[in-house]
Design a protein around this ligand. Structure first.
Ligand code: HEM
Ligand code: NAG
Ligand code: NAG
Length: 361
């Protein structure tokens, strides 16, 4: 499915209201579909150079992607139904009220990227809600094989602090995670689609003794390795032992969250999980669609301007089918999808894989 057709799917309703195309030439001859999008090319140039170290899929890109979730998931349909405030979704409240929200346990560590991003949002006079979703989409576009997440501009800069306990914890059970995510409008399958984010991810705080420990062997590439490596039998703790929210990992230097372990093996989600191992395109396409949905939580998308053309097209992935890390065989796989046999994938040659930490920048 093309990028544009995902947009159409994600925002079917918009078609009836969409303004006629009014292409505008912006800085450096770049063309925007709406004059309101031009400023985002300038934000793009600035953050690629000064936040993402020249367009890298490094620590800031990973943290910026995580932040899109921690801002947006402060949203509750049941609260709306009961006439209560359950958070404003992707509204920038995590930045506006950082002194409140970054103290929530599940937000451990996001204060760093919030404070790194804030001066850019202020300098460019864009709302915190817009900036957070933009930076996440740009950051992950720097990852090889990555998604091109649609970007809509125009979120209000006014927000209220989200309540605590809207962000899932790695020690939560799948039931708890699916219930919380369901209350924000996401099915268990969509939770798996969102977790493709963990293919470009590392932990700093679950085990604070080993910052930068990745969840798969290729944390700067948006490939399917995460989905196979989470299914390998766990054998070791990469750091100082068993921390809350951590389970045994299969590779030296690799970290496994209890929630990823459990969702990979849950009967409601195991087949979606396994399907991405041999279908990079589906993983990316579904991630783009679910991120488009998450990025406008709490907003009427018809009140926003589609500036998706500003998001760079990522480079291609090196491989589109995951492999077993060197030293592993199919006997190490804990296959969990009842409907479909585990795919026959090859193992890398050579000595047992050990995974390097994501360097701090
Ligand atoms: C559904 C349940 C989820 C749980 C329980 C969860 C939990 C976590 C935890 C504990 C970390 C490590 C944080 C640290 O110690 O520094 C992490 C990292 C990360 N998460 Fe999630 N996450 C979930 C969903 C998501 C979603 C939906 C996204 C994105 C859109 C996301 C994106 C990331 C990224 C990119 C990182 C890496 C951050 C970095 O490398 O600095 N996660 N997640
Ligand atoms: C958004 O609100 C913050 C305060 O929460 C302020 O510092 C910032 O300048 C505002 N930005 C815009 C574009 O109004
Ligand atoms: C590991 O180290 C961290 C401090 O970095 C500490 O909080 C945690 O309790 C330790 N975990 C174990 C299992 O020793």
């Amino acid at each position: 499915m093309s990028f544009k057709s995902i947009l159409v799917l994600a925002t079917l309703a918009i078609a009836a209201y969409a303004a006629p195309s009014r292409n505008t030439v912006c800085s450096k001859g770049r063309v925007a579909s709406d004059a309101a999008c031009c400023q985002w090319f300038d934000v793009l140039d600035d953050i690629q150079t000064n936040l993402f170290d020249g367009g890298e899929c490094g620590e800031e890109a990973h943290e910026s992607l995580r932040l899109t979730f921690h801002d947006a998931i402060g949203f509750s349909n049941s609260a709306v139904r009961e006439g209560k405030f359950g958070g404003g979704g992707a509204d920038g409240s995590i930045m506006a009220f950082a002194q409140i929200e970054t103290n929530f346990h599940a937000n451990n560590g996001v204060d760093e990227i919030v404070e790194e991003q804030r001066p850019f949002a202020i300098k460019h006079k864009v709302s915190f809600g817009d900036f957070i979703q933009f930076a996440g989409a740009v950051g992950v576009s720097n990852c090889a094989g990555g998604p091109r997440i649609p970007f809509f501009a125009g979120r209000s800069n006014n927000s209220r602090p989200a309540p605590d306990l809207t962000v899932p914890e790695p020690s939560d059970s799948p039931d708890t995670i699916f219930a919380r995510m369901g209350d924000a409008g996401f099915s268990p399958i969509e939770v798996v689609d969102l977790l493709a984010s963990h293919t470009v991810a590392a932990q700093d705080h679950v085990d604070g003794s080993i910052p930068g420990t990745p969840f798969d062997s290729t944390p700067s590439s948006f490939d399917s390795q995460f989905f196979v490596e989470t299914l390998l039998t766990g054998t070791l703790f990469p750091g100082n032992g068993s921390n809350v929210g951590e389970v045994l990992s299969p590779l030296a230097g690799e970290f496994r969250l209890q929630s990823d372990f459990a969702i990979a093996r849950d009967s409601r989600t195991a087949c979606e999980w396994q399907s991405f191992i041999t279908n990079h395109n589906s993983m990316v396409t579904k991630f783009e669609a679910v991120m488009a949905k998450m990025s406008v939580l709490g907003h009427d998308v018809r009140s926003l301007v589609d500036c998706s053309e500003v998001i760079p097209a990522p480079s291609k992935a090196k491989t589109t089918v995951a492999h077993l890390p060197a030293g592993k065989s199919l006997a190490d796989v804990e296959a969990a999808c009842a409907a479909t046999p585990f795919p026959t994938i090859a193992a890398d040659p050579g000595p047992a894989t050990s995974v390097a930490a994501v360097p701090p920048s």
